[in-house]
Design a protein around this ligand. Sequence first.
Ligand code: AMP
Length: 304
Amino acid sequence: MSLLVTGTIGIDTVETPTGKAQRMLGGSCAYFAAAASFHTPVRVVAAVGGDWPAEHRTMLSRFRNVDLEGLEVRPGSKTFAWSGRYFDNMNERETLFTHLGVVEEKPPRIPSKYADSQYIFLANTHPAVQMELLNHLPKRKLAVADTMDLWINISRPELLQLLRQVDGVVLNYSEAEQLTGVRNAVTACRKILDMGPQFAVNKKGEHGAILVHRDGVATMPAYPAELHQVVDPTGAGDSFAGGMMGHLANAPRFDLQSLQTALAWGTVTASFTIESFGLDRLAQISRADIDARMKLFQAAARVG
Ligand code: AMP
């Protein structure tokens, strides 16, 4: 049940058609950890710089199941910072800047008490950092990686090496196309399986997600959010992965059916993230809210 995540803890500035938020807590690791913490305890391995705002630690500490012992503060370094702007449809965005800061330095240290971690999520960060951490976790039962356009562009060889060593991969529709050259979500995932993993999840934002596993294919609709419920989609992908891995950390198997159920928990967990800027909405809810929404989702998505 020991779920470990590495990735970025970021300072995000985000513009959406509904407004703008400056220098808030973000990063792939922060969203993942907060989301997964509703399902299982999470160990964070990440680094921030001396400029990391104290209120960001306060926010992350509100998630009681998140263990921050592996969060390294490097006084002389700069925290990862990212800015993005969403287009009117909220499904697409452009990156305004990415300041890698600590992400370009040596990987964060893994506390010795985390060495027994069995469930590993390599959230978005440099593939060389993802790989280095994976190599230090010999007890792993399930390792899943995320990636993104920047890393496919600037470190494809390291990424391909990483894909040979993980069990699963989660990525966006456009990133799957960028990685494989194939537009069709299912066929793109099949090409990714040829690169090594047992399964690939292709996320299509408001159009749901597709899972391709060595044993078959599953499809998951998005949560049917109302217009007013979509405030800031940032972190939806990481929260989806958090809900998914949080569920899998307690599941007896990682077969197609367990993964399909995990995708539903990911979808429902992420549907809260987008209701506010940053982690505000996740910080307001409890597991009971997620369970209640899961019931609504099951009814809405029922087939037959
Ligand atoms: P998502 O909306 O799920 O794709 O995740 C957005 C989060 O990822 C933001 O909070 C950013 O700080 C973070 N992020 C953006 N670009 C990168 C990158 N190249 N590597 C790691 N994290 C990133």
